[in-house]
Design a protein around this ligand. Structure first.
Ligand SMILES: [Zn+2]
Length: 430
């Protein structure tokens, strides 16, 4: 129960696929290893590794685990699923299983440990901080990924939010996936395989591991068993987080996260007029900005201090003036990156708020329809019930659509304040 796949909540099918692939990968390495003690040298294992590169999507051939090298393993994978379903958890767990000295993802060996801790020399993790992953970053990554794995197993590249690749970065990645070095494995994470998220050509070179939204019961169980959270709190948080494991954990543990959620869910009853609608829009935007600022402030300061130290700020020796001129450019680059990260954090915070709000109107809709489903927000169920009576199903649906349109508009780069104001007015008018 404590192997590397233990954190993958409610994803039994995906875990079966990944375990089989890890076993096949281990078998490939055994086949490729020079035979010890007077053997006939290489056994053609590299051919098996090359064959890996030719394999594209398709059902894994049947057969006992690890017996047929190559079965179930391929060099490029896409993990898809809704936010919080565990795309990056799955990718990291699989990376650990590939680096596991037992080839299983035991969770105890140095290979597993260092991969999960983010310190394995042959595992590169790309977590976009800004709104996109640029071509420069991708080229550098692809170049390094082509080197021989120092640990003798695999070079693994994990790309979180692969849907944020710029077109040029996607092309650089595609080139590497099309002609992969024999020991390199690419693990991409994206919301879906829709062409908006991942290019068709990259998709065609990868095997897809679909993850589903874990059921609230499974999320609650993990919070109780792994995080020691009280069962009633765990159940409430799992339902409120709508299957998002990380969000459920935060709601259960962080009073500030709970307060922010309460403020968002107070919006529907505060919409009493045009002025109130604009006030509610401002409050929502400012809360997202404050949340984002708090989350990046410490990181920003640490990075800036580190860079200044590295650049020898305050130096007075010969060449110090020239060094400072170069330093100004580097500081500017850093500030640009930090600004991009702050924008992303704001969008994420605002999106979380909108998802909570959508949950409220969804509850009103299901109540108006008398649908036999549990509410998302048990603590505002009475308020949603009152809304259901007042608005009917059509009115609740229009409001739900207004929230979803706001999310879509922000995704399409409409200025968040304008999108949120339009939404609040639509919610007020009904
Ligand atoms: Zn291990």
């Amino acid at each position: 129960m404590t192997d590397v796949f233990a954190d993958l909540v409610g994803q039994d099918e995906a875990v079966v696929t990944l375990r089989r692939a890890a076993a096949s990968a281990a078998a490939l390495l055994r086949a490729a290893a020079p035979v010890a003690a007077g053997g006939a040298g290489r056994t053609g294992g590299d051919d098996a590794l090359d064959a890996l590169a030719e394999e594209t999507d398709g059902p894994a051939p049947a057969g006992p685990e690890g017996v047929d090298p190559g079965a179930g393993m391929t060099h490029a994978w896409i993990f898809t699923g809704p936010p919080g379903s565990g795309r990056s958890v799955a990718a990291r767990a699989f990376a650990a299983a590939l680096q596991c000295v037992h080839g299983t993802g035991c969770g105890r060996c140095p290979g597993c440990h260092t991969t999960l801790a983010g310190t394995h020399a042959d595992v590169r993790l790309v977590v976009p901080e800004g709104l996109s992953i640029g071509v420069g970053e991708m080229r550098a990554l692809v170049l390094r990924a082509a080197s021989t794995p120092s640990g003798g197993r695999w070079q693994v590249v994990v790309i979180e939010d692969a849907d944020r690749l710029t077109e040029a970065a996607g092309n650089a990645l595609l080139k590497a996936i099309e002609e992969p070095p024999p020991r390199t494995v690419f693990l991409l994470c994206a919301p879906s395989t829709h062409p908006d998220d991942i290019s068709v050509t990259i998709r065609s070179r990868c095997r897809v591991v679909p993850l589903r939204q874990p059921p609230a019961g499974a999320v609650a169980e993990v919070l109780v068993l792994r995080d020691g959270i009280a069962p009633d709190v765990a159940e409430w948080a799992a339902a409120a987080a709508q299957g998002h494991v990380g969000r459920a954990r935060r709601l259960a543990r962080d009073p500030e996260a709970r307060q922010r959620r309460d403020a968002v869910l107070a919006v529907p009853r505060r919409l009493t007029g045009v002025g109130a609608a604009f006030d509610a829009a401002s409050a929502l935007i400012e809360a997202a900005e404050a949340e984002a600022a708090a989350s990046v402030a410490e990181m920003d300061e640490t990075e800036k201090t580190a860079l200044q130290t590295a650049l020898g700020a305050g130096g007075t020796g010969r060449g110090a003036a020239g060094a400072m001129r170069g330093a100004a450019g580097q500081l500017k680059d850093l500030e640009k990156r930090q600004k991009s990260r702050a924008t992303r954090a704001q969008r994420d915070a605002l999106d979380r708020a909108l998802v909570d709000l959508a949950g409220f109107y969804r509850d009103a809709l299901t109540m108006a329809l008398r649908a036999p489903v549990a509410p998302v927000h048990t603590d505002t169920a009475a308020l949603a019930g009152a809304g259901a009576q007042k608005w009917d199903a059509e009115g609740a649906l229009r409001r739900l659509e207004a929230v979803l349109e706001c999310r879509a508009a922000i995704e399409a780069n409409v200025k968040p304040r304008i999108a949120v104001e339009a939404m609040m007015l639509a919610l007020w008018r009904g």
